[in-house]
Design a protein around this ligand. Sequence first.
Ligand SMILES: *[C@@H]1O[C@H](CO)[C@@H](O)[C@H](O)[C@H]1NC(C)=O
Ligand SMILES: *[C@@H]1O[C@H](CO)[C@@H](O)[C@H](O)[C@H]1NC(C)=O
Ligand SMILES: *[C@@H]1O[C@H](CO)[C@@H](O)[C@H](O)[C@H]1NC(C)=O
Length: 974
Amino acid sequence: MASTVRAVALLGAVAGVAGTSDLASYVLPLTGSQAGGNTFPGVSEPFGMVKLGPDMDTGPNSGASSYSGYVGGNAFFTGFSMLHESGTGGAPKYGVVSQMPVTGGPVSNPLVRHADARGSVADVASPGSYTATMSSGIVVDLAASSRAGLYQYTFPNRSTSNSVIVDVSHYLPAPDRAYLSQHYLNGSITVSSNPDGSGLQYQGAGTYNNGWNLSPGWTVYFCGHFDSLGTVQTFIGTDGTSSTISQFPAASSIATTKSRLGAVFTFNGSTASTVTSRVGVSFISAAQACSNVDSQVPAGTNQTALAAQTRALWNDQVLSKITTTDTSNTTRLQLLYSSLYHMLLLPQNKTGENPLWTSTEPYYDDVFTLWDLFRCTTALFHVLQPTMYEEFIRSLVDIWRHEGFMPDARSSFFNGATQGGSNADNVLADAYVKGVRGSINWDDAYAAMVTDAETVPVNNNDPRDPSGSTKEGRSALPDWHLYGFITRTFGRSVTRAVEYSVNDFSLYQVATGLGKTGDANKYLERSRNWRKHWNPDAKSLGFSGFLVPRTKTSFIAQNPLLCGGCYWKDDYYEALSWEYSFNAHHDIYTLVNYSGGDTTFSDRLSMMFVPGQRPYGSAQFNNTIFNPGNEPSFTTPYLFNFVGRQDLSVKYSRAAADAYYQPTPGGLPGNSDAGAMESWVLWSMIGLYPITGQTTFLIGSPWLSDLTISLGAGKSLQISTTSTGDNSSSSQSIYVQSLKVNGQPWNQSWVTYNDIFSNGGSLDFVLGPQPSNWSSLGTPPPSPATENSVTPPLTMPTIVDDLDRRFNWRVARPVLATLGSAVGTTMILATVYLYTHRRRLQLNPEEPPTTETTLPTPPLPPQTFASRSIGFFNGVASLPAQLTRWVEGRLVGRRRQTTLPIDSDGSLASAAAAIGTTKPATVPDVAKSVASSSYTGSEVTESSVDDVSKDKTQVQVSVEAVTDSSNPSSSEAV
Ligand SMILES: *[C@@H]1O[C@H](CO)[C@@H](O)[C@H](O)[C@H]1NC(C)=O
Ligand SMILES: *[C@@H]1O[C@H](CO)[C@@H](O)[C@H](O)[C@H]1NC(C)=O
Ligand SMILES: *[C@@H]1O[C@H](CO)[C@@H](O)[C@H](O)[C@H]1NC(C)=O
């Protein structure tokens, strides 16, 4: 075999392609904007507070959410607004401070739908610039800085009047999840112009609530200018939601009102075919919004110049941090730089814009979510954006200082949507062990972590899981403290048990560093609690031992391939026991041991990637148990490194990256989750994988012949790959044959932060088309929570628990208390009644048996007065339970079962077609849609698969609905 050296020796002076070239040309902002990726393709600076882009829907009765505002294909523009997020799920946030251009005569009612379909020219997006061409012929060019934006409208027809509608009540709704949907609460506006029609100006505020984090009302201020001659008229509607006009024109200044309001700016089409508007935003005041636009987008700024400025910022501050001379495959470079771009849109740097408290600390908002980000993204922030990273951590601690808890997720200045553990702990531990100090007050940071570990957060009564707070902290702490495990008293008990273990390990790490030995021992011990959910007898696909739900004294039987509804109230959140059972990344040696040793562990990992093993899985992912589209599966492909099979880590991680990531609008395997997906594929391209909370990086296999990662202060990590074997199939040369770290031969499948990052370093790989055992004799990666001697797993009885898990004692208890006295009274009255009517009772004929079984019924004992009385009392005694369930159903939710046909190809296409959906339908999707039609007035929140018929032609699902809490007056959040 010929050996072809593809690596380019890099000298310090050679900066790769990036030194002078425009790396932004590789960024395709529409990547991941469709097929559920939900990325934002509009204009933003890195971590920019302003994200100026389109708001779109699929028509007046659109039933789907536009999470980032953008919709591909045939769709309508309803406005272009200043605030957005990128890659979220749940429900849309923002889409506010909008403008909508219209042409063809005066606007008679600005509150009716003014939607303009996408024209024949596709939207053009690049870092710093966005252009939309609408079917009316209007072309909208956008540019933005961090706190202001610029709209440039080119109207098609010089002969008519053209207008721009500013609708303060515009926002992105969630038609498919009304209970999470945003609302417009109130607004105000003041407009002005000079007598000659110049100096058109508007400022005001809008207040909105809800969105994916169920936030209470928050206010954005705006300040806009139009740089053409024209006229302006304000308008006000009759209320906050309808399109009925109350006054148009209205007064030039409208004080805060709950009614819809805004302004229409009108331009003479024969004199101005191009109109430019500059708008600033602020969360402090309209005056600050005005100063933001004045300082960042001053009068006279044009779209081209502002777009170029923002593009240069991306090149200089972000894209040039990773460079390569390997330009042989443009697709790879597009994936690299588009991923880097989308990873840096959130969180948003709102330093100086926090309305809640004044502080010398930085302030970052719109964290979606640390549950998504802690595995891959924050460790990459550290490497690529160390300044932002330190500011972000200071901001997390400052939120704790002023609000009592760090966020797991946060938006519009409000914590919310804590899915599992308190994962800010992991982010802090990662920074601490890697030596991040700077201006972080680590005593406070550790105190914030202790709050997460010790203080039960106040319940925010989220209907998705009323068992405890979903806002922040760890609401299952009562069980965690008392038992060291989590019972079904709390939703997501298994997910949280494994995540709380990792969180406690994070406390151990920082406590150790701060010399708090007592705390360190305590949290290390607690970090092993995941083991108490490990049922060694649970079996699946020939393997034994899985994480399971449990009672105080026993394991609960559970199929590790099913997670019920997989949602907030269930045992597992958004992933199977199979997946969560690999998530104790601080205690892998125990996991290997519990799984049956190295070989079985490796086989078991491989099973994750066998097609067709996941019931109700995704055909897109070949129904593998491994779910490339969600974070609990992220680390799994790399765990082979712990058992001497680094080649299999390469095999499966590369296969997933190749199969599920492309720099195309549909090129992400799931929601981007604020760049979490993108950071996963970036680590794959770099050839490393971080174990957050530890200094360990597992070694994969880099994609390019060379890569330079700039670490600041003149330091860099240089990565090279040399390919052995046939060059024509070089893309298949993925397996590591040998490695040098900083010039030294290396036989470990891992490195530490200090090895290559703290002072820079080099990784020189030799790759080949065949697997090798280059690292199988090296020391395996560390497993810091594992003791020297093995602690055997618990053995306990396994019970089949058919009790209604939805029974909610928090709701039941007050009801029972009320019923207690009622029951007492009833029993006394019943006794009197029975006594006085006993003759009649004795004479009544027997009622038919109510049992449904067809088995022969044993002869009933003769009915006596005594037995009837006992039966009656039993009936009375069961009343409280029945009533409690009835009340709980009213307050919390109702479950219903429905049966759906499975097609011969194993899909649910017919069921989906029956309800008129064409998008790829999963069982939960279809179940929800089917159930929605029978649940008027309530919102289907959860669905679960209960059973599949033996002949696999039908699936039985449960759906649960909650009463619609979208009315702001009844919403907890207001
Ligand atoms: C835009 O502004 C820049 C900087 O002021 C200027 O050089 C350029 O000519 C302007 N372009 C247009 C099209 O006006
Ligand atoms: C370029 O890279 C992509 C992504 O890794 C890969 O699918 C494609 O086959 C490569 N193209 C060539 C010509 O090697
Ligand atoms: C965040 O914003 C503040 C205020 O504008 C600024 O001083 C700081 O440099 C920004 N941080 C980063 C990493 O750009």
